[in-house]
Design a protein around this ligand. Structure first.
Ligand code: AMP
Length: 414
């Protein structure tokens, strides 16, 4: 047997997935976001430059195309959206767009973590207003609580300041780490010299405790402009009745973030507890080739994690019901062509129908009709064929009646 690639999934029932995507699209369009599609194949350089060569995603998790390592399967869509903004010469800002689709990262698979997974990626490119960050966060909160009916999740936020704030903070942090060098793990010792902010993503309990309780906090090292913006963001969220927790160790894995960063987490997800993450980025558009920076804010929602959360509450959701199906049964092979014509006629009128053509015993065709959950069995034998009629059996009540074939559409539409 040929098995699927490790870390990928077959979705055999996509009712919930479609529900998530439809609800999300509807809600984003209400907020005046337009849907775009960007390629799954992108130049490897795009992610090296934007996410940063020292990030886990670029260093260890990229799927490079064999034979042409300059092309890769995208690991995320923010950099692609920034590239599309520049390459298509978009002039009108803020550019409010979203896209959804598969992303690829060579990670160690576990519950909620896959090598091919799906994200909805939302971006507002060309906006300096910190109020826009509050609006994006409020939009996401509304999507999760109202459109998807989640009730047990939390919003974590932090403020990373501007480039200068972060550079000054890194000096402070390095001093702290050097003072505690014997208490931190080997990986953090390496990160101290390569990508220092990532020490805050350490999974080691001892290190986490040290950073949470004793490490300097970036929100205490903000310049006056950033400090005012951080205050404004918190006030706006309070005004919009969005509950949040400030988490000073939240830095997010990718290099391009600055100022606002946030994550939505749920206790129902296990170790991979974040189902949405985002923040503000200013240099990305320039990094991918524009002459000027575009201040921007965005977020990515992990669809598989939403699915895990929705699975538990799906009985409460207004999921669309599949249309009632009619089973057309030719009693003998000679009635198969007319049965197929009847099915075609019903489908033409928007009535779902399936002809039972696999078997030639009436009993087994009736069983099959039952198995597919047919509303009616529409039986055509030699007598019915001669009289241009059909026997219609209601599969719930067992009631049977004969109808002219020309009356079927009207009867089933009732
Ligand atoms: P990121 O692009 O890393 O900021 O991730 C944004 C969101 O995508 C996370 O909060 C997760 O919900 C989801 N995500 C990231 N990586 C994976 C993965 N390997 N498998 C499933 N979901 C993921």
């Amino acid at each position: 047997m040929i098995k699927r690639v490790t870390g990928t999934q077959d979705f055999l029932d996509i009712t919930l997935l479609n529900f998530i995507i439809e609800q999300t699209k509807k809600y984003l369009k209400l907020h005046h976001f337009s849907e775009i599609i960007v390629p799954i194949l992108e130049p490897t350089e795009l992610f090296k430059r934007s996410l940063g060569v020292e990030t886990d995603v670029v260093k260890k998790e990229m799927y490079l195309i064999s034979g042409d390592e300059n092309i890769c399967l995208r690991p995320e869509a923010t950099a692609s959206t920034a590239r599309a903004f520049v390459e298509n010469g978009i002039q009108t800002t803020p550019w409010k767009v979203f896209t959804w689709g598969p992303m690829f990262r060579h990670e160690r698979p576990q519950k909620g973590r896959y090598r091919q997974f799906h994200q909805v990626s939302i971006e507002v490119i060309g906006t300096n207003a910190i109020a826009q960050d509050a609006e994006v966060i409020a939009l996401l909160d509304g999507l999760f609580s109202k459109m998807l009916a989640f009730d047990s999740y939390a919003l974590l936020i932090n403020f990373l300041g501007c480039h200068e704030d972060r550079e000054a903070f890194k000096v402070e942090l390095r001093k702290f780490l050097e003072t505690h060098i014997n208490e931190i793990c080997d990986q953090c010792k390496v990160r101290k010299d390569t990508n220092i902010m990532r020490v805050f993503d350490c999974k080691n309990e001892k290190d986490k405790e040290l950073y949470a309780t004793q490490a300097p906090k970036i929100i205490q090292h903000l310049c006056s402009v950033c400090s005012t913006e951080w205050q404004e963001l918190q006030e706006l969220l309070e005004l919009l009745s969005i509950s949040f927790h400030v988490q000073p160790t939240l830095v997010r894995g990718l290099d391009y973030y600055q100022k606002t960063v946030f994550e939505f987490v749920s206790g129902n997800l296990g170790a991979q507890n974040a189902f949405c993450g985002g923040g503000r980025y200013h240099q990305l558009v320039k990094i991918v080739g524009a002459r000027e920076d575009q201040p921007s804010v965005g977020a990515a929602i992990g669809v598989e994690r939403l699915l895990l959360m929705l699975e538990a509450i799906k009985d409460r959701l207004p999921l669309p019901q599949p249309p009632a199906i009619q089973a057309i049964i030719p009693v003998e092979p000679a009635q198969k062509p007319i049965a197929m014509l009847v099915a075609q006629e019903l489908i033409k009128h928007g009535i779902a129908a399936q002809t039972m053509i696999e078997s030639d015993s009436l009993k087994s065709m009736m069983r099959q009709a039952n198995r597919i959950g047919a509303q009616h069995a529409i039986i055509i034998g030699p007598e019915e064929l001669a009289k241009k009629e059909a026997r219609v059996k209601n599969m719930t009540t067992g009631e049977e009646q004969s109808l002219k074939q020309t009356e079927l559409v009207q009867f089933l539409m009732k």
